[in-house]
Design a protein around this ligand. Structure first.
Ligand SMILES: [Zn+2]
Length: 344
C-alpha cells in the first residue's frame, strides 16, 4: 500500500504542515470537468427505468387531478395517447389503475372481460404492441367500501376470501393481454394464489411484480383523489405495514420470493430509501421497483409552482436517489417530464 494512503487513512484531518512531504489525496481531481464527472458517475437515470402510472375511466376526454398537476383521469382513447407519448420518450412500460362505472361489495367490474382496465389493456397493446402493460391487482378501487379486500362483519379485511377475488382479477387481466400483473393489497398468500391461478389458465409466462413491501402511508393522499379509492371508514393498517418497521420488510419480501414473485416493489419510495437498500441487498437476484408515490409528486409540484425549488433538478435528484438506493425500476408520475429532461 502506498505510504500516503496509509497516512491518509490514519490521519484524515492531518494539517498541511504535517503532510508537507507527502502527497495530498485529491478526490476533487475527478470533479474538475463535466466530461470526467460523467465518466465516473456511479448511478445514471434512464427513461427505461420508468414505469408510468395511468388512471383509466369510462367516458370521453381527460380530467386533471386537482392534487396532482399534469396527471389525469383518462378515457381509454386518452390512455392510449398518453401511453404513446411515454413510449416515444423511451419509457417502456405503463401500470394501469381503473375507475369502474359502479362500485359494489365484491367489485364485479374488476374481473369483467369488458371492465375499464381490460379495455385499456387491449387498446394500448393494439396501438403499441411493444409497450409493457402492467396492471395493478387489488380490490379497493372497485369495491363500495374502498378497502383492499372482502370485509368481515367487524370491518376486518378477510384474507382468504380476498384471495379468491384476486385470482379472478389477475386471470382476467392476463386474458385481456396484460404483460405483468402487480398485486398491491398486502394480502397474505396473494402471490402464491395468483401464480397458481395464472398457471392453471395457461399464463405460466406472465410475471408477477409484487407490491411486497407496502407501508400504511400518508403519502398516498393524492392517489386516492385520482383513483377514487379512499376507504369510506377506518384505515389500511391491518394489512399495510407500519412505517417504523424494516425487519418485517425482509420477512414480507422473503415470503413473496418463496411464493414465486418475479419482481419486488417497495412503496412509498422517498421516506423508505433504507428499506429499498436492505431489500435489494437481501434479494439482489430479483429486479426491485420503487413507487415514487402521489404525495411525493404533489410536494415537488407544489413547491415548484411557488418558485421555491427547481422542479427538474429536484425531480431528477430524487429519482437518482431511489435508483442509488437499489431500485432498478421506478414507478413515477414524473416519468414524461423526467424523460424529457434527461434528453436535455
Ligand atoms: Zn388496494
Amino acid at each position: 500500500m502506498p505510504k500516503e494512503t496509509v497516512f491518509n487513512r490514519q490521519s484524515p484531518t492531518g494539517t498541511s504542515s504535517s503532510i508537507a512531504n507527502r502527497q495530498l489525496i485529491r478526490p476533487r481531481r475527478l470533479r474538475t470537468s463535466p466530461g470526467i464527472r460523467a465518466m465516473v458517475r456511479e448511478t445514471e437515470l434512464n427513461a427505461r427505468d420508468f414505469i408510468y402510472p395511468l388512471f383509466v375511466r369510462h367516458g370521453a376526454g381527460r380530467t386533471e387531478i386537482r392534487s396532482m398537476p399534469g396527471i389525469f383521469q383518462l378515457s381509454v382513447d386518452e390512455a392510449v395517447r398518453e401511453a404513446e407519448s411515454a413510449f416515444s420518450l423511451g419509457i417502456p412500460s405503463v401500470i394501469l389503475f381503473g375507475i369502474p362505472a359502479e362500485k359494489d361489495p365484491i367489485g364485479l367490474e374488476n374481473f369483467s372481460g369488458d371492465g375499464i382496465v381490460q379495455q385499456a389493456i387491449k387498446a394500448i397493446k393494439r396501438s403499441i404492441p411493444e409497450m409493457v402493460v402492467i396492471t395493478d391487482v387489488c380490490l379497493c378501487e372497485y369495491i363500495d367500501h374502498g378497502h383492499c379486500g372482502v370485509l368481515g362483519k367487524d370491518g376486518y379485511v378477510l384474507n382468504d376470501p380476498t384471495l379468491d377475488v384476486l385470482r379472478k382479477v389477475a386471470v382476467s387481466h392476463a386474458e385481456a393481454g396484460a404483460d405483468i400483473v402487480a398485486p398491491s393489497g398486502m394480502i397474505d398468500g396473494m402471490v402464491a394464489a395468483i401464480r397458481a391461478a395464472l398457471d392453471g389458465k395457461g399464463f405460466e409466462n406472465t410475471p408477477i411484480l409484487s407490491y411486497a413491501v407496502k407501508y400504511a402511508s400518508a403519502f398516498y393522499g393524492p392517489f386516492r383523489d385520482a383513483a377514487e379509492g379512499a376507504p369510506k371508514f377506518g384505515d389500511r393498517k391491518s394489512h399495510q405495514m407500519d412505517p417504523g418497521n424494516v425487519r418485517e420488510a425482509l420477512r414480507e419480501a422473503a415470503l413473496d420470493v418463496a411464493e414465486g414473485a418475479d419482481m419486488l416493489m417497495v412503496k412509498p419510495a422517498l421516506a423508505y430509501l433504507d428499506v429499498i437498500r436492505v431489500v435489494k441487498d437481501a434479494f439482489p437476484e430479483l429486479p426491485l421497483a420503487a413507487y415514487n408515490v402521489s404525495g411525493e409528486y404533489a410536494m415537488v409540484k407544489a413547491a415548484a409552482a411557488n418558485g421555491w425549488i427547481d422542479e427538474a433538478k429536484v425531480t431528477l435528484e430524487t429519482l437518482t436517489g431511489m435508483k442509488r438506493a437499489g431500485a432498478d425500476l421506478i414507478l413515477t408520475y414524473h416519468a414524461l417530464d423526467a424523460a424529457k429532461w434527461l434528453k436535455g
